[in-house]
Write a protein of this length. Structure first.
Length: 153
């Protein structure tokens, strides 16, 4: 009887942990092989939308190491709608406190940031969307950048 209760408890705990996972509508991540991001390197995220009723949150995912020399990162983000219209934003991504302590979570020298881009968004149209992201810093080459990603949750 005691063994059966333990099995049920483990199964219940597993179900609870699984239920707490992130519910991605879309997720894509790019890796920078040489750990640098050139200003001309535009990352494209293509996704299809069928649901125009649900509300969604957009996030930018960034991984950097301690060699990244700045406390923030500026991005140009362009969203192209299925009808061809575009919305362009300049997004400031705060990465570290004035003391130099990284805001993200990390292990060792790597830091993962999940940066809110848009919250509580309803898509106006069904169809194919395109999100272009490029770095907008004053340097052509940013060192210490491992990954850039985009998710819809």
């Amino acid at each position: 009887m005691k063994k059966s209760l333990n099995i049920v408890a483990v199964a219940a705990a597993s179900c609870l942990l699984w239920a707490c996972g992130t519910d991605y509508v879309y997720f894509k991540n790019y890796e920078f092989e040489d750990r640098t991001w050139e200003a001309a390197d535009v990352k494209q995220f293509n996704f299809e939308v069928e649901d125009t009723v649900s509300r969604n949150d957009f996030y930018i995912h960034l991984r950097n190491d301690g060699s990244y020399p700045y406390r923030n990162l500026f991005l140009f983000v362009e969203l192209q709608f299925p009808n061809g219209k575009k919305a362009i934003d300049t997004l400031e991504c705060p990465l570290a406190a004035p003391s130099g302590e990284w805001y993200g979570k990390g292990l060792g020298d790597l830091v993962d940031h999940k940066i809110a881009y848009k919250q509580d968004v309803m898509f106006p149209l069904t169809g194919a969307y395109l999100l272009n992201v490029r770095q907008a810093m004053r340097e052509d080459t940013l060192n210490g950048i491992y990954n850039i990603g985009f998710s819809i949750e």
